[in-house]
Design a protein around this ligand. Sequence first.
Ligand code: PMP
Length: 440
Amino acid sequence: MSESHIPSAIAQSEADILAAANRHLMNTYRRPAIVFTHGRGCYIYDAQGRAYLDFLGGIAVNALGYAHPRIVRVMRREAGRATHFSNLFHNQFQGPLAAKLAQWSGMDRCFFTNSGSEAVEGALKLARAAARGSDGDAGGKTRILALENSFHGRTLGALSLTHTEKYRAPFQPLMPGVEFVRLNDVADLEAKLDDRVCALFIEPTQGEGGIHGVSADFWQRARALATQHGAALIADEIQCGLGRTGRYFAYQKFGGREMWPDIVTIAKPLAAGLPLGAILAREKFAAAFHPGLHGSTFGGGPLACATALEFLSIVDEEGMLENVRLRGEEIRAGLEKLARKFKFIRKVRGEGLMIGVELDIDGAPIVEEAFRQGVIINCTHERVLRLLPPFTVRSSQVKQFLRKLKKILESVSARANSSATQQPAEQPFTSIAHEHTARS
Ligand code: PMP
């Protein structure tokens, strides 16, 4: 029997791949006109064989970098056994993974999803179901609070909790009953959190919003008020959780059990690049779900859960949290040095390997110049450079990054200073040429 030949995208020319993307993908991202083929450690490689130092880590997903040997081994093993059974049956890995996540987070129970947004949607439903109670009467306890500057996802429920107007406006009307509290404004929180609130969503460190931490005062008051009014305090740790700040969860800096949230959402790095998220909850809230109330076809399949168990073991066994803290300090110290040289750097923020560099100028030209020079970073909220390197990043790679960033900032400031006389640099990031909308 001849071996079946499955045409691989890599077998096509880069130009053909880009043409197909331009013609058939929806126009949702601005991307450089190159194709990435593989990665190793903290580097990714394009179809021309060029290496890029990745300090964005697939937006906080690739916490172990690329092709970590233990992850590759588990994925290969499980792919050859079963990728999916369905949630009508137990698999070997969901229970042990839920137990390990309960141990890390201090929560009791877990529901597996396929993305962060889906975890947020499920947490919304859990909080609403818990408020309704066993008698099925919510008694008007349906209001939801989130914070200004927040990001919780793109699906309609999660988008309703996301503050940024440009993400929301095109899709109005969103879910009713959501109100926003000013970040770290205790008085605003006290004014808005009452008995009709069923959930308060907080990113302990806001990611998309530009790496802003919630203050201890604000969190403590949120915890006390949520308890007083019987609302669920929900920590969205999709970006800041699972080791990113140098702790298992960012909320753990606020204290022990009495400071923990009621519900936690996670996703991004959980299954080392396979789509897997989860809702974690204390028993009191988790008890609101019973068979038939919530579900997911793919969530928590054996391949993804086995990989996630391996991810959590690697974080524990290979000293990842310490590396996150130490490398984070090195990066911040280097950035502070650069801030003294480049006056357009206003502030360096963040914890562990979740770092924001606030600028007085637009960040896009810096991201584009970095890309030209083989470094991947990104920019959020127009003026905050965001760094989310893998937990495995080495000291030598931090040094390499800081050296390169200095050169990148020099090029951008030199160009800005002589912009009147020079041609603008070619823009590597473009949106898809959208023939259909252009014509209509
Ligand atoms: N919450 C937070 C805090 C996030 O950072 C993100 C993704 N950036 C989401 C939710 C949505 O996750 P996903 O893109 O996996 O749906």
